[in-house]
Design a binder for this molecule. Structure first.
Ligand code: AMP
Ligand code: GLY
Length: 398
């Protein structure tokens, strides 16, 4: 009898996971909760959060909120198989202050930082690391709790805008950002290929930070030596320290790295797969995802690089307009993962900030870029916006 899988979430990351699981010969049926209209074409979407009631043999959790809320603990207590960290382990993402303390304790390379209990006590440490300075609010903030202030006046003003609670004041690091994700079962781990996200809304890395405007996966982002170095200095010590702390890490561990002149530095840990990184990763993954999740088979990757361009709604990352009709997905020639979409009276329409992830691969990075953008030009909705330079920074490696 085939396997029944449940994917929790309803964004582009979850659409990509469902799309990949659907290709597995062992997977007979997929549920998604809540899912989205794109996922509904290949899986049964179940509303609500009574996930234990879904008859799944294997559950994969996409977003951080259910993880921090203890969904893995509840599934394990019920004897059900689920991929993700416990609530205690998910604190690596849930609290910037905890995460910084953890990295320092485990000797994991990260930016120098001071954690202040509140924004008032942060004032006297604001200049500790020079300028620009990075200020991080403590809790989950969907990528929007980080402020980079160019000078003291702006840093002090920014403190006023941060939510109440601890503030991490961190040295500003320079370099290229790399998303490095590994699946872990406590002690063993299965590294995925490196990806690069594009965090800001504008071309050339300008404008405000977003959840991610596009990503690419390409075997040339980091070389073998750099990969080994990241495994030795970040992944292994992180997993060992989690075991020592009595909270072994299971599930996808995402290290957001800055590749500085002095080597990789961890900017943040996430307790989950990245989005849009996962769209590029699943498109490029050659091996059977279910076989890794169930039996620990290693990941195997296609040689061709993959590019995912996010199409966002008018106003994103601020207040967005919704309800615009989306056309052209079926004929655009690329793999299109849905995020903020819904079925309205006039058919498929926009329903959120990041609307679609248009994904394609090619025999070289330039052709993968061209194919993804060719797909983008086939799709339209009023107010659509997207970056024109996704993956361009990777071309220098070809
Ligand atoms: P985080 O949520 O900690 O990953 O921060 C979000 C984004 O802010 C990162 O992806 C970086 O682009 C930027 N950032 C965070 N920390 C630093 C740092 N120490 N130096 C430079 N940029 C940073
Ligand atoms: N794309 C960044 C993240 O998923 O956190």
């Amino acid at each position: 009898m085939g396997l029944k899988a449940l994917v929790i979430g309803g964004g582009g990351r979850e659409h990509a996971l469902v799309w990949k699981l659907a290709q597995s010969p062992t997977v007979e049926k997929i549920y998604a909760s809540p899912g989205n209209p794109g996922i509904a074409n290949i899986a049964e979407c179940v509303p609500g959060a009574d996930w234990l009631a879904v008859p799944a043999d294997l559950t994969v959790v996409g977003p951080e909120a259910p993880l921090v809320g203890g969904v893995v603990d509840r599934f394990r207590a019920a004897g059900r198989k689920i991929i993700g960290p416990t609530a205690a382990a998910a604190r690596l993402e849930g609290s910037k202050a905890f995460s910084k303390q953890f990295m320092t304790g485990a000797g994991i390379p990260t930016g120098r930082a001071h954690t202040a209990l509140d924004s008032v006590s942060a004032r006297s440490h604001i200049g500790d690391f020079g300028y620009p300075v990075v200020l991080k609010a403590d809790g989950l903030a969907a990528g929007k709790g980080v402020i980079i202030a160019p000078n003291e006046a702006e840093a002090l003003a920014a403190l006023e805008r941060l939510p109440a609670g601890p503030v991490v004041i961190e040295e500003f690091l320079q370099g290229e950002e790399v998303s490095f994700i590994a699946l872990a079962d406590g002690e063993r781990f299965w590294p995925m290929e490196a990806t690069q996200d594009h965090k800001t809304s504008g071309d050339g890395d300008t404008g405000p930070n977003t959840g991610g405007m596009g990503a690419y996966c390409d075997g040339r982002i980091i070389n073998k030596t750099e990969t080994a170095h990241i495994l030795d200095t970040v992944v292994r010590p992180a997993l060992a320290a989690m075991v020592d702390a009595g909270t072994p890490y299971t599930g996808f561990l995402y290290a957001g790295l800055m590749m500085t002149a002095d080597g990789p530095r961890v900017l943040e840990f996430n307790a989950r797969l990245g989005d849009p990184e996962t769209q590029a990763l699943m498109h490029r993954l050659d091996s059977d995802l279910a076989a890794t999740l169930l039996d620990g088979e290693p990941f195997r990757w296609k040689p061709d690089p993959t590019v995912c361009v996010v199409m966002a709604a008018d106003g994103y990352p601020g207040e967005v307009r919704t309800g615009d009709v989306i056309e052209g997905i079926d004929t655009c020639g690329a793999s299109v993962f849905h995020a903020g979409t819904r079925i309205g009276e006039r058919g498929l329409e926009t329903a959120g900030g990041r609307v679609l992830g248009v994904t394609a691969s090619g025999p070289d990075l330039q052709r993968a870029i061209d194919r993804a953008y060719w797909g983008v030009t086939g799709i339209r909705f009023d107010g659509m916006q997207y970056r024109k330079d996704i993956a361009r920074k990777g071309l220098k490696r070809w």
